[in-house]
Ligand binder design. Structure first.
Ligand SMILES: [Zn+2]
Ligand SMILES: [Zn+2]
Length: 76
């Protein structure tokens, strides 16, 4: 697969990752790696407890989706 963003600029470059949201291929220069913490919420009836695991999952986003998600987060 080729990098989608590079190809928009007329450059052919191999993609090394895929955006998990839209599925476009991105090269090293265009990928955005975000660490996503893994958490589980336990509902004990009287209180809810959130357990966050020590290791996080990497997730790969393209710049477009990253921007969209960051804007969404900022609005909340
Ligand atoms: Zn690229
Ligand atoms: Zn994307």
């Amino acid at each position: 697969m080729k990098c989608y963003i590079c190809s928009e600029k007329g450059v052919e470059r191999d993609a090394i990752a895929v955006c998990i949201v839209c599925g476009m291929g991105v090269c090293r220069e265009h990928l955005i790696r975000e660490e996503m913490s893994v958490a589980e919420i336990f509902d004990w009836g009287i209180k809810r407890e959130e357990i966050v695991y020590p290791k996080s999952c990497p997730r790969i986003l393209c710049p477009y989706c990253y921007e969209a998600l960051v804007v969404q987060k900022a609005r909340k």
